[in-house]
Write a protein that binds this ligand. Structure first.
Ligand SMILES: [Zn+2]
Length: 510
C-alpha cells in the first residue's frame, strides 16, 4: 500500500487552467498531501508520529496511561490537569512543530479550562510570542465543548439539532420542486442526512439536559409530522407507530450501547479502551461517569430499562440490553396508542396487524405501515390522519382546548345527521346524513367488492373493516381515496355547534 502511494505521489503532475485554457505547463510538486483524499490523514499521522512531550506530574491519566496530546491529522490538542503546565507543554509543542517544518495557526488555537468555576483571570497562553485566547467554547473533531453549562456537551447537542433542522428543512423544501416525498423515501433521507446529525457524538455524550432532549426530539417529530401530513398538535407516538422509526433518544442509547460492546471487546490498549476501563472503575465505585450517564438515559425511558452494568460483561449481555431498549420503545407506543389509557381518537390503531410481503403477520405497535405506500399523496395523508385520529372530525376536534374548554364527548355530534358522535367509523360507514355520502360509500363498496367481497363478512364492526382494508395492499389505495372524499365532504359543511352546557373546563379533565 505504501509503495503504491509513493508511486502515485511520484508520478503526480499538476496543471493550472483558467477559463478552459492552460495557464501553466505540467509541473511536479513535492509539498503537502492531497486535500480531501482519504489516505491523507494517515500520511499526516505518520509524519507527526515522532512527537514526544515530556512527562509531567499533572498529566491526565487514563487507566494509568499518560495522555499529553491528541492528534487527528492536522488537528492537535494538548491536555493537562494544571493550567500552568499547559504553557510549558505548548512551548515544547512549538519547538517540535518548528523542527518538522510545521507552523501552528495561532488565531485558530484556543485555551479552554474545564471545571473552573471562578478565580482570577488567567494569563494568556503564548505561541510565537503571540497571545492565545482563552475561550468557554471550543470544537474538537466536530464536538463542541462548552464550559459554562452543567453538561459540557449541552451546546453541542443544541448545535447539532440546529444543523439537523436545516437539513430537514432542505429535504422538505424538495417537495416544492419535485412534488410529494413518499414516506419510504423520506425515512431513507432522514436516516442518511438528519439522524447522523442528531446522533453525532452520542457514543460519548449520553445523558442530556431537558433543553437538548427537547431540541433533538423536535427536529425528528416535526420532520415526520410534515411527511405524514399531521397537524402540529398531533400525538408524538403516531409518528413512530406508523413509520417504525426509533425515537432519537432510543436510537442514541442503542448507538452508545453498541460502542460499549465494541469497547468490551477492544483489547488493543487504545486510548478509547483505556478510557472505557476508567469509566467502568468509576461506575463500580458509584461515581458519576459515562456509564452512569447511560444508566440515567435508560432509566428515563418509559417504561424504564433498569440495568446493573457490573453484570454487563459480554457482547450477548449488551445485545440483550439493546433488545430491551427496543422493547421499551414498542411498549411505550403500544401504551400511548392502544393501551387502556390511550385516548379515544386512536381507537382504529388497536388490534392492528400488518402482513408483510411473505404473508407473515406482525403485531408490533411501531412498524412501517404498508398503506404509506399509497401513491396519491392526498389520499395517503387522509387515510393516515383518519387511522391515527389526527383529523378534523368533531370526535377528535371537540377534545381540543378552546379558550380553556372542550366539548363533552357525547356532544361531539355529526354535522350531517346530528344522530351520533362524529368519528371516523361513523363518517365512513354509518352516517346517513347526506345522499352524496351514500353515493361515495356505494361506489367504494362496488370497487372493493371487485377486489375482495369478504371483508364485511369478517366482522360486524366497521372499525375492523378499516383495519383490514388498510392492511391489504389490494384495497388500501381505494380506502385512501374514500377517506379523502369523505373528509372533504365533511369539510364542506359547518361543524355541529353544541349547546353551552356541553362545554367542560379543560382544567377539570381527568
Ligand atoms: Zn352522521
Amino acid at each position: 500500500m505504501l509503495d503504491w502511494m509513493r508511486m502515485i505521489y511520484r508520478r503526480m503532475r499538476y496543471l493550472v487552467t483558467s477559463g478552459g485554457t492552460r495557464a501553466t505547463r505540467l509541473l511536479a510538486s513535492n509539498v503537502g498531501v492531497l486535500a480531501g483524499d482519504s489516505f491523507s490523514p494517515a500520511l499526516f499521522n505518520f509524519y507527526v508520529g515522532d512527537i514526544l512531550l515530556a512527562d509531567r506530574e499533572d498529566d491526565v491519566l487514563l487507566d494509568g496511561v499518560r495522555v499529553k496530546n491528541l492528534e487527528q491529522a492536522d488537528d492537535g490538542t494538548l491536555v493537562s490537569c494544571d493550567v500552568g503546565n499547559l504553557q510549558r507543554r505548548l512551548t515544547e509543542y512549538e519547538h517540535w512543530a518548528g523542527s518538522k517544518g510545521l507552523r501552528i495557526n495561532v488565531p485558530k488555537t484556543h485555551g479552554i479550562v474545564f471545571g473552573r468555576r471562578c478565580g482570577p483571570a488567567l494569563e494568556p497562553l503564548k505561541i510565537y510570542d503571540r497571545d492565545v485566547q482563552w475561550t468557554d467554547e471550543a470544537t474538537s473533531l466536530g464536538i463542541l465543548f462548552c464550559t459554562t453549562r452543567g453538561d459540557v456537551l449541552d451546546k453541542h447537542h443544541l448545535s447539532q439539532a440546529a444543523k439537523a433542522a436545516r437539513a430537514a428543512g432542505a429535504i422538505l423544501s424538495l417537495q416544492r420542486h419535485l412534488g410529494d416525498l413518499a414516506p419510504k423515501a423520506a425515512i431513507q433521507l432522514y436516516q442518511a442526512r438528519i439522524e447522523p446529525l442528531l446522533s453525532y457524538g452520542c457514543e460519548v455524550g449520553v445523558a442530556l439536559t431537558a433543553d437538548a432532549v427537547d431540541a433533538l426530539t423536535k427536529v425528528q417529530i416535526n420532520f415526520f409530522r410534515r411527511i405524514l401530513g399531521y397537524t402540529k398538535r398531533s400525538m408524538r407516538a403516531i409518528v413512530f407507530s406508523e413509520t417504525g422509526v426509533l425515537p432519537i433518544l432510543h436510537r442514541r442509547l442503542i448507538l452508545a450501547l453498541r460502542f460499549y460492546k465494541r469497547m468490551l471487546m477492544d483489547l488493543s490498549g487504545s486510548l478509547a479502551s483505556r478510557a472505557f476501563c476508567d469509566a467502568r472503575a468509576l461506575y463500580v465505585d458509584g461515581q458519576k461517569g459515562w456509564i452512569g450517564d447511560i444508566v440515567v438515559g435508560l432509566t428515563r425511558l418509559a417504561p424504564p430499562v433498569l440495568v446493573d452494568f457490573r453484570r454487563v460483561v459480554t457482547g450477548d449481555h449488551v445485545d440483550a440490553l439493546m433488545t430491551r431498549v427496543e422493547d421499551s420503545f414498542q411498549a411505550q407506543v403500544r401504551r400511548d396508542t392502544s393501551g387502556t389509557t390511550a385516548p379515544r381518537r386512536t381507537a382504529l390503531m388497536r388490534e392492528r396487524v400488518e402482513v408483510d410481503k411473505r404473508g407473515c403477520t406482525r403485531p408490533d405497535a411501531a412498524q412501517y405501515r404498508s398503506y404509506l405506500d399509497i401513491a396519491m399523496p392526498h389520499h395517503r395523508k387522509a387515510l393516515t390522519r383518519l387511522i391515527t385520529g389526527d383529523h378534523e372530525l368533531l370526535g377528535v376536534r371537540g377534545a381540543w382546548a378552546i379558550r380553556g374548554k372542550y366539548i363533552a364527548y357525547e356532544w361531539r355530534l355529526c354535522r350531517l345527521c346530528a344522530a351520533s358522535v362524529e368519528d371516523a367509523v361513523h363518517a365512513l360507514f354509518t352516517c346517513i346524513g347526506r345522499p352524496q355520502l351514500a353515493a361515495l360509500r356505494h361506489a367504494f363498496w362496488d370497487d372493493i367488492g371487485a377486489a375482495d367481497d369478504t371483508i364485511r363478512a369478517t366482522s360486524p364492526d366497521p372499525a375492523a373493516w378499516i383495519r383490514v382494508l388498510a392492511a391489504n395492499p389490494g384495497t388500501q389505495a381505494r380506502l385512501g381515496k374514500f377517506a379523502f372524499d369523505v373528509l372533504h365532504l365533511f369539510s364542506l359543511h359547518r361543524a355541529y355547534i353544541p349547546p353551552q352546557h356541553a362545554w367542560r373546563m379543560s382544567s377539570e379533565r381527568s
